[in-house]
Design a protein around this ligand. Sequence first.
Ligand code: GSH
Length: 239
Amino acid sequence: MITPGLILHSEDSSPFSAPVRLAIYAKDLPIEIAPPPGGLRSTRYSAINPLGTIPCLMLDDGTPLPESGAIMEYLEDRFPMRPLRPASPEERARVRLMQRIAELQIMTPLVEIWQQTDPAFHNEQTVNMWLTRLVRGLSSMQIYLMEGTYAVGEQFSLADCALLPTLYMLPKVSGAFNKPDLLEAYPLLSTYCKRASAHAAAARVMAEMAPFWGEDSPDSAVESPAQIPGLATPLSPQS
Ligand SMILES: N[C@@H](CCC(=O)N[C@@H](CS)C(=O)NCC(=O)O)C(=O)O
């Protein structure tokens, strides 16, 4: 049964929405998932969510809760069963740290670099700046990745929700810049990715993302730039 009132506005192709859907699937939450009414960047959607971004969780009273990290924290607080946060404060801190690295130092550079595949917006300096940030983010993540099936050991957590979609996108985005093996340069991350992607919720989200990366299954190569919301039509040149 769907929880009355709770709606996640998301699109299958949205990189920042993928971690939230992954958390919802892993927790098996009965939350309706729907595209932004009127479409992303529409005035209708901006009236509902002033930030205008996806993901956005509409609460029972109609209050919009944007920002993937804030949504995932809220879902953990409201639905504590099947927890995606470990028990101890130290482990929780590590999960939050890894979420921050995944969002700010891996996903954000990937999205920025992907925008540069549009020749109208391409700027070599910008690409190199974000590639440097990306490489730093991947190296940082390897420092904190723990031994075990998942990012912080044997419990699937919000760190996995944040990290797995980024590692799914990494070969596709870097491939567009003739660096398709970038993930292979990080053996711990690469092994982790293969292992943790077998989680049913992760496999489901990757299958949802796959068509937008020119794939039928998560293992084949990207063929052409896809229509990724907020990515295909950059707002302004990044020079
Ligand atoms: N920090 C935000 C980023 C959200 C974001 O930028 N989402 C993209 C889609 S993946 C978006 O809504 N873009 C619309 C736009 O930039 O106008 C989060 O984690 O939720």
